[in-house]
Design a protein. Structure first.
Length: 699
């Protein structure tokens, strides 16, 4: 039935002001209005239709993406959204975001332009940015090679300065030096920021960025000496296959000297390397920016999956019918709630930590401009860790303790028994929460999963990033004795003596509803895990040997630290003035669900470090169950607050009107297999089989 709200009975139960929550979720009224306007604009334009995407072959899919990218750019120009003003750039970004199709423009705006801004001199910016802003050139970011990704210093592409011609010669000396993966490179980009080993006067000077034209601006052919192509299909239908991730090989390509990005290091006409007066650390500011957007994207991807699973869980009924009455909505099963509501809480938690990271980026930028680098290592570690934590929790790798008899098992023992960990991934968990229908492309979840999972790898492999965080934590712990005060998110380590000794004083389940109690438990767990790692490291003669041997423990300590950051930023958010009837109460409930669920799932850490007792763990679990009951009547409204259009959500199961079954039925008939009643191939292969004539058939 069109026009009927099948979820109205759920929406009537809401105990808070949903419109006010929409503003909290968006970050401000301005941000809400902006994204609402752009989302509607895209949703109402048939050119941005995407419901057929998973049925298209690669070539058709790719061409369709090019059409949408061109149409989006046309709309942006028509709406006069482009220009130097920050707000309009934001609007254009939102419009592209709601088109919801990975394309070369993501890399152009998300990596090529920021790299020139962050690493180019003023003169280089004046030359290249206007061309990029008008899309007279299209750029990508070519760092990763076939042989090396995480280890940037291992890149093999060379940029050798030739003083006779005042040029750099860019070369790929081996097969493994071929650039491999850059998005937008395979078929579309005209230019690339290429990372290569700088060589002048026979000496190496590390890896630097160079602006290289790779295709003709007239006929789009690769320039002489350049081999270029797409690297092939990636996971899933539709999904990331709209992107032309590419391969690129150089055969002694020449570029002018002024195309090396020289904001920090300059190469003179004579081939001398000169450090500019711009501090090297400035480059890290760009990294903080990019990772902050990735954390924001994690909350978006997670909230989309949760919105679909929550709405469908309220529509779906199984079992429980008495006297011919209605069956039970699956959202009312406690098992469904204990799987779904922590993910709902995580979506909000990641949203707020992402918002805080935006502030951190502004703070770091201001400090860098004032030549204050004191908080940079901490900010860098913090963004690396949060990128890893939030993408992993959204896509893969959330570690879950086995909760059978864990309170009486030590962490090590449960490890030994192989009982304590299995893998949960949020988008995949949402698919399972939707039962069989979640596996249909029409649910939107398979494509969301396929598009999202590489976030665990790009912009820094998650494990490699966590090892960087661990290194920073170990350095911070080692400097405690020398009186150096830890800053920002590591400030709690300054109270390490107290945190090693403190005892949790929870006696009743409600005691877990005190922010100070929750914070102390997370701080104590993280501090104790860090100190234990530092003590174990000190037993090794060579620190590097210890670091290699203990790397798995170090990663766990880094995860504990990052979870503490998310919990503490959620708690800080609640200390702000939050208007709207009942809004703060709901956020408090979500905050406790997020924290207590982590405590429950990572019980091994909390118990083995002696931060809490088994009894207190059990009380936390009681409290958690009671929070699920409080969230239940508000669940639909809490996902409505994300304000996603049906177009953006792209899911029959997650439709805002809950009209799932007729639409799912309709959708099935759109499949190309249903174009004919008898399928192509029947006469050649199936008919002879049925008629026992396979021996004579030409297969
Ligand atoms: C969809 C997608 C888009 C991409 N887009 C771009 C792009 O636009 N431009 C670009 O330049 N690149 C791009 N990349 C490449 C991406 O940045 C790299 O794949 C990423 O940095 C990981 O590097 P890698 O592939 O070398 O992984 P590896 O480092 O080879 O990782 C393999 C395994 O080794 C482990 N490992 C590696 N080092 C260590 C260590 N020191 N200690 C412990 N474990 C370790 C990792 O955890 C992982 O499990 C993209 C990748 C993908 C998937």
């Amino acid at each position: 039935m069109e026009g009927v709200d099948h979820l109205a009975h759920e929406r009537n139960k809401t105990e808070f002001d949903v419109d006010a929550m929409k503003i909290v979720w968006a970050g401000s009224r301005h941000a809400f209005e902006l994204s609402d306007r752009m989302a509607r604009l895209v949703a109402s334009d048939p050119a941005f239709r995407k419901d057929d995407r998973t049925r298209l072959g690669r070539k058709e899919l790719f061409k369709n993406t090019l059409r949408k990218a061109a149409h989006a750019w046309k709309r942006i120009l028509e709406l006069r959204l482009t220009g130097p003003c920050v707000i309009t750039e934001e609007e254009a970004g939102q419009l592209r975001n709601f088109v919801d199709e990975p394309s070369f423009t993501d890399l152009h705006w998300g990596m090529f332009v920021p790299a020139i801004k962050g690493q180019g001199t003023d003169e280089q910016q004046r030359k290249w940015l206007p061309l990029a802003y008008k899309m007279q050139i299209i750029g990508c970011y070519a760092q990763t090679e076939l042989g090396h990704g995480s280890n940037v210093q291992g890149l093999e592409t060379t940029a050798t300065f030739d003083p006779e011609t005042d040029e750099f010669v860019i070369n790929s000396p081996t097969l493994t030096s071929s650039k491999w993966w850059p998005g937008g490179l395979g078929k579309i980009s005209t230019h690339a920021i290429v990372y290569a080993r700088l060589i002048t006067s026979g000496q190496e000077h590390g890896v630097h960025g160079f602006i290289v034209q790779i295709r003709s601006l007239d006929d789009h052919m690769p320039l002489p000496g350049i081999t270029i192509g797409d690297i092939g299909m990636k996971l899933g239908n539709g999904a990331y296959n709209t992107m032309d991730n590419g391969v690129l090989k150089f055969d002694h390509i020449r570029i002018p000297r002024n195309q090396m990005l020289m904001r920090v290091l300059q190469v003179t006409r004579e081939g001398k390397c000169v450090q500019s007066n711009v501090p090297r650390q400035l480059i890290y500011g760009t990294m903080v920016f990019v990772r902050q957007t990735i954390v924001a994207d994690a909350s978006t991807a997670l909230s989309r999956a949760v919105c679909i699973a929550t709405r469908y869980s309220a529509v779906r009924r199984q079992f429980g019918s008495q006297d011919g009455g209605m069956e039970t909505q699956v959202i009312d099963y406690k098992t469904q709630q204990s799987r779904l509501f922590p993910l709902l809480a995580s979506a909000y938690a990641f949203r707020f930590v992402g918002e805080w990271l935006k502030w951190l980026y502004t703070d770091v930028t201001q400090r860098l401009q004032a030549n204050d680098f004191s908080t940079l290592p901490e900010a860098h570690a913090c963004t690396a860790g949060l990128k890893s934590l939030t993408t992993a929790a959204t896509a893969v790798e959330q570690r879950i303790s086995y909760d059978g008899n864990l309170p009486i098992l030590s962490c090590a023992l449960s490890y030994a028994l192989g009982l304590d960990y299995f893998i949960l991934d949020a988008i995949e968990e949402c698919r399972k929460l939707c039962g069989g229908h979640g596996y249909l492309c029409a649910s939107g979840l398979p494509e969301l999963f396929a598009v999202y999972v590489p976030a665990c790898t790009y912009e820094g492999d998650n494990v490699v990033l966590l090892l960087q965080v661990a290194r920073f934590l170990m350095k911070t712990v080692s400097q405690l004795g020398s009186g150096k005060k830890p800053v920002g998110t590591t400030a709690y380590l300054g109270r390490v003596q107290d945190l090693l000794q403190c005892c949790c004083d929870v006696q009743r389940a409600e005691d877990w509803l005190k922010p100070s109690v929750v914070l102390e438990a997370f701080e104590a767990r993280s501090a104790r895990m860090c100190v234990a790692c530092a003590q174990n490291l000190s037993k090794f003669e060579k620190p590097e040997d210890g670091f290699a041997e203990l790397s798995a423990d170090l990663v766990e300590a880094a995860v504990a630290h990052c979870q503490l950051i998310v919990v503490s930023k959620f708690i800080e958010k609640l200390q702000q003035d939050i208007p709207g009837k009942g809004v703060k109460q709901q956020l408090q409930n979500l905050c406790y669900i997020y924290a207590l669920n982590l405590l429950h799932k990572y019980l091994g850490d909390f118990l083995s470090t002696g931060c809490i007792t088994p009894k207190q763990a059990s009380l936390a679990n009681d409290q958690l169950r009671s929070m699920y009951s409080q969230i239940r009547p508000n669940a639909i409204a809490l996902v409505d607050a994300f304000n996603y259009t049906d177009h953006y959500l792209g899911s029959v199961l997650g439709r805002s009107d809950g009209n799932v079954y007729p639409k799912l039925y309709e959708e099935a008939w759109k499949d190309p297999l249903n174009d004919s009643v008898v399928p192509d191939g029947y006469h050649e292969y199936v008919h002879p089989m049925l008629k026992q004539q396979l021996r004579n058939a030409r297969l």
